[in-house]
Design a protein around this ligand. Structure first.
Ligand code: HEM
Length: 175
């Protein structure tokens, strides 16, 4: 029987999450929450009124990022994510809302607990690197670190972000 919390059973995070169907569900839920929930208004405001291109591109990107087929690269070339985000004002609030919105979407589609914890941290790292506004409190954005690097301060920040936006992590996910 498949144990959804045992990563050894899956060759990639793409398989672990449940393949294309779940990546699609995650992307759809993420943008639905962004459009609907008032606590993500600052994040929504950065986006254009029509979210369909963003929905499509995030699905393609996440598929490859999780270790599935490199759909984004095939259709749009190298992601150059930081560069592609330079035209949007991204500070701590936008970063936090992106991370919280994605965490809620992961909870809503039932991402396995251990995978949730790992992805939550990877999303935080990537979102932090996307910041392009000066911030006196948090300092310069941090380059995403190698997967699995132990960073207690990031776990604390994530805990604070999820709490602030009312996202309940799976039990033990931030231990
Ligand atoms: C930190 C906060 C973030 C903000 C405020 C933000 C905002 C945006 C906006 C406004 C767009 C343009 C959407 C459109 O085409 O209409 C976009 C595109 C995109 N974002 Fe983000 N984003 C953030 C973080 C992230 C993260 C963490 C990822 C990946 C894990 C990501 C992946 C993408 C991708 C793949 C695209 C499409 C790029 C393209 O081909 O133009 N974003 N984002």
């Amino acid at each position: 029987m498949t144990d959804k919390n045992n990563p050894l059973q899956f060759a990639t995070a793409f398989e672990w999450i449940g393949g294309a169907q779940q990546v699609q569900a995650l992307t759809t839920r993420f943008y639905d929450l962004m459009a609907l929930e008032p606590q993500f208004a600052a994040l929504r405001a950065v986006h254009s009124p029509d979210l369909s291109s963003a929905r499509d591109k995030l699905y393609l990107f996440l598929t490859g990022w999780l270790g599935g087929p490199q759909l984004y690269i095939e259709q749009h070339g190298h992601p150059r994510l930081r560069q592609r985000h330079m035209g949007f004002k991204i500070g701590v609030i936008e970063r936090d809302q992106w991370v919280a919105c994605m965490a809620q979407a992961m909870r809503d589609i039932g991402v396995p607990d251990d995978l949730f914890a790992r992805l939550n941290e990877s999303f935080y790292n990537t979102a932090d690197w996307m910041r392009n506004q000066p911030d006196a409190v948090e300092g310069a954005p941090q380059m995403p670190t190698a997967a699995g690097a132990f960073q207690p301060q990031i776990k604390q920040k994530l805990h604070r972000i999820l709490e602030a936006y009312g996202v309940t992590p799976p039990k033990g996910a931030h231990e």
